[in-house]
Each structure stands twice: as C-alpha cells, then as structure tokens.
Design a binder for this molecule. Structure first.
Ligand SMILES: [Zn+2]
Length: 246
C-alpha cells in the first residue's frame, strides 16, 4: 500500500454505508481519483468540511495495487466555497463543470494543464459570480481543447489557409472548421464574431475573458453556447446531465 499527497479539487460525493462517503476529485498529481472517506459523516470526524464539493484541498491518500478506489487518510482545506453556498446559479454552474471534468478525464491520469485551467475557472466564477456564463463558455472551449476535441481555430482543416478573421467559416460533420471555399458553405456557420470570441479564449485567462465578454452581443454569446453544446454532445454522445443558462 502506497501513500500519496496531492492538491485536489473535490467534485462530487456519494454516501456510502452509514458513515462514509465516496469522494470524486480532480487531483493535480494523479488526475481524476475516487476515494473512500471513512467516518466522514460522523459528527466528529477528521475531515471536517473539507469534502464539500468544489473545495480545494491538500489530500493524503492510500492506494492499493489494482484497486481503483483509493482511501482518504487526511485532508486540509486550501480554499473553501462556503461564501457561495447560498448562490444557486453558481452551484449549478460548478456542478456542471464538475460533471464535465468527471466525464472527460480518464481516471488516474495527471494533467496539469487541465487542473490549472479548471481551478482558474472555479476561481474566476467565485470572484465575479455575475460572469458565470462567460466562464462556463471559456471552460467548455478549454476542456475540449485540452482533451483534443476542439477544431483548429486558426486554419482551414482542408487547405490549411489561415483564417483571415474576416469571413464566415464552417463546422463540418467531422467537427473540423473549413474556409468558405473548401466547405462550399456546407456545415454549421461560425460567424466572424463567434470566431473572434473563440480565439479570445486562447489568448486570455478566464477572468479577463469573462470581463471582456461583458461587451459582447447576446446573439454571439448564444451562438457560442450552441456551438460548445454541440461539440460536447458529440464527444459524450449524449447531452450533458446539467446545463445552466441555455
Ligand atoms: Zn480551405
């Protein structure tokens, strides 16, 4: 039995037996892990409030060979979200991001980019809850990108010509983007404005992206939500379990 220590973001918990919980979290050094926290539902327990969803913790756990479920030994709160526990739309947004992280992350595979991006998005939405919707779009685009499902936003998948930023481009059935000539106008149209919103996610951190998105037209925001929804649905082969604000 080996002991590990890592920073982790708690995503979801399930009750188990009388006093225990199964906790799913995204960890920095081991990716998605599922673990048992024994006795954590007893009044006095060593985990305290650290296993509330969306808390960032320092986690020590045991892992037995050939067992997917690890055993939580000790936790320490690095960042709690108690202040947001009364904000229903933020909690729905967080659950949505948590669900997608669980759906997209293979277990026990560390991905530092994914961990940092997720943490930055949770943090941005915590800081300015009114920007939640833009943070969710940013999160979706980056999740797709990190996991390899985002089409190339810079050049046509067919002729490799760089998009000028001044033309409507088209999303094909194979989820790649093509210039007007190669696509012949077939596929889902991606407007200039939507394209520039998508490109902005590549250049900015989530808080800044959300701030700059305040000026963006609601039709463009809706277009973006429809596009990410479509891409995520295609990857999961179903619609996400929870989806706020669309
Ligand atoms: Zn082309």
């Amino acid at each position: 039995m080996a002991v590990f220590e890592t920073e982790a973001l708690v995503l979801r918990t399930y009750n188990l037996a009388e006093a225990d919980k199964i906790v799913v979290c995204l960890s920095r050094s081991a990716g998605l892990i599922r673990g048992v926290a024994k006795g954590c539902r007893k009044l006095k327990n060593r985990f305290g409030a650290s296993l509330e969803p969306f808390t960032v913790i320092n986690l020590t756990y045991y892992e037995k060979e050939h067992q997917e479920l690890v055993s939580f030994r000790q936790t320490e709160i690095l960042r709690s979200r108690f202040n947001l526990s009364g904000n229903a739309s933020i909690l729905t947004g967080f659950s949505y991001m948590g669900d997608l992280l669980i759906d997209f992350s293979p277990p026990h595979q560390a991905n530092d980019n994914l961990y940092r991006m997720a943490l930055a998005c949770f943090e941005a939405a915590s800081q300015t809850p009114e920007d939640l919707e833009s943070v969710l779009r940013y999160f979706e685009v980056w999740l797709l990108k990190i996991e390899g499902f985002l089409p190339d936003l810079r050049a046509c998948a067919n002729c490799h010509r760089a998009f000028s930023g001044d033309e409507t481009i088209y999303l094909g059935n194979d989820l790649s983007l093509r210039c007007p000539e190669c696509s012949n106008g077939r596929g889902g149209a991606v407007s200039k404005r939507l394209h520039s919103q998508l490109r902005a996610t590549e250049k900015l951190p989530p808080a800044k992206f959300a701030e700059e998105s305040r000026e963006v037209a609601s039709t463009t925001k809706r277009e973006m939500a429809e596009l990410t929804f479509q891409l995520i649905g295609r990857v999961l082969e179903r619609m996400p379990r929870i989806r706020p604000n669309v």
